[in-house]
Design a binder for this molecule. Structure first.
Ligand SMILES: NC(=O)c1ccc[n+]([C@@H]2O[C@H](COP(=O)([O-])OP(=O)(O)OC[C@H]3O[C@@H](n4cnc5c(N)ncnc54)[C@H](OP(=O)(O)O)[C@@H]3O)[C@@H](O)[C@H]2O)c1
Length: 167
């Protein structure tokens, strides 16, 4: 389920309540944009001209925490390569005071673990208190191998704290 103008989690809750009332299976898997960097929701995206309703924000994160039977699939977790590539600028949605500090925290944890920045992003997503299944894209076997290896990267509590506390 994704954007139709109504803000999540309201529309998710409503759809699940309607399904339950009708005795039908409700949504169990939600696909939203989610990654380590926080983003602005007032900046329109390609799919949402009035501001991005397809990304995980505080309301949806709280709802997912309260409803652990729901599974979050996080699309565009690598920001199409923008974490590491000069040819993929972050864009205006990432013009936030938290971004430079979070990028620095990522680089620090990557250096500590010997993993790449992209792998730290994926490990952070998979191992969080609201775990997400990253829906990565890959244009080469090397990119796919790099992303798959993130499954074996376990962040320590200190490393996760360092990443979470950078705001
Ligand atoms: N539900 C929705 O509204 C929605 C919206 C968007 C996407 N999706 C789904 O999510 C999938 C993934 O989205 P996405 O492609 O935006 O995900 P992504 O994982 O953020 O970006 C994948 C792109 O990042 C680059 N990349 C991947 N690994 C890299 C690495 N190790 N180093 C440097 N660059 C790397 C590649 O770009 P290059 O090709 O330039 O090398 C690759 O095509 C899509 O295929 C789509 O099915 C769903």
């Amino acid at each position: 389920m994704r954007g139709n103008g109504e803000q999540p989690p309201g529309r998710v809750e409503r759809a699940r309540a309607l399904a339950a009332a009708a005795g039908l299976p409700g949504y169990e898997v939600l696909q939203y944009h989610h990654t380590y960097l926080q983003r602005r929701f007032d900046v329109p995206s390609e799919l949402d001209p009035d501001g991005d309703v397809g990304a995980v924000g505080p309301d949806l994160a709280s709802y997912l925490r309260a409803e652990p039977e729901l599974t979050l699939v996080a699309y565009s977790p690598l920001l199409t390569g923008a974490y590491t590539r000069a040819d993929k600028p972050l864009g205006p949605a990432y013009d936030l005071p938290s971004v430079p500090g979070r990028l620095a925290a990522l680089r620090e944890v990557a250096a500590q673990t010997g993993a790449t920045v992209n792998q730290v992003v994926l490990a952070w997503l998979m191992g969080g208190d609201v775990p997400a299944i990253p829906l990565v894209g890959a244009s080469s076997v090397a990119q796919l191998d790099e992303s798959l290896a993130a499954v074996d990267l376990e962040l320590t509590a200190e490393q996760r704290d360092r990443l979470d506390q950078s705001r």
